[in-house]
Design a protein around this ligand. Structure first.
Ligand SMILES: CC(C)(COP(=O)(O)OP(=O)(O)OC[C@H]1O[C@@H](n2cnc3c(N)ncnc32)[C@H](O)[C@@H]1OP(=O)(O)O)[C@@H](O)C(=O)NCCC(=O)NCCS
Length: 157
């Protein structure tokens, strides 16, 4: 029987999801801005290197891709001094509303804080505020940049 339990893996331990993760991130955030797929595959490859600052998590049910979230050094050019960031949070539509998005966001935040950072950051469009605040993220700033992004943080306790 196929195992349908959803688990979250480091992409280094589940590299066969590389293409799917790259595709989802590209289609959601980079293709609309005219970037080629190779732009995101290059960034994602950096997270596979030993000792990399970045990390990509993938949620999957056996070989079925479910969702992804990343930890990256820098995500917002208006806030170059803040690091690290949780970014590229995505759950495939059939799996939404099951708590998976919240789970991978918190796992990514914990991984970032485990590296010794005092705080981890995240930026999102205003429509996502309720989702992140419910997970314990603190709203630090509003109306940042042309996209009027909101900036959140989570702190080591
Ligand atoms: C945002 C996203 C990752 C949430 O994933 P998910 O697996 O559905 O998240 P969870 O199941 O943990 O949480 C869903 C809950 O958050 C709420 N939620 C999701 N998106 C929300 C939003 N934009 N505003 C407010 N609440 C939201 C849902 O209503 C749901 O609440 P409920 O449990 O009371 O019904 C998913 O909708 C997604 O991939 N969206 C497209 C990509 C995206 O916007 N990523 C975030 C970029 S900052």
């Amino acid at each position: 029987m196929t195992d349908r339990t959803i688990v979250v893996s480091d992409l280094r331990d589940a590299p066969h999801f590389f293409g799917t993760v790259a595709n989802r991130i590209w289609r959601s955030w980079w293709e609309p801005r005219g970037f080629p797929l190779s732009h995101i595959t290059g960034l994602l490859e950096e997270s596979l290197a030993d000792g990399a600052e970045s990390l990509c998590l993938v949620a999957h049910a056996g070989d079925r891709f479910v969702g992804t979230a990343s930890v990256i050094a820098s995500d917002l050019e208006e806030r170059p001094n803040l690091t690290p960031w949780v970014a590229a949070v995505w759950v495939d539509p059939p799996f939404r509303g099951l708590g998976i998005g919240g789970d991978i966001v918190l796992k990514a935040a914990c991984a970032a804080l485990d590296t010794g950072a005092g705080a981890v950051h995240l930026c999102a469009l205003p429509g996502k505020r309720a989702f992140y605040e419910r997970l314990g993220w603190r709203l630090d700033e509003k109306d940042v940049g042309a996209d009027r992004l909101e900036v959140f943080s989570m702190h080591r306790t």
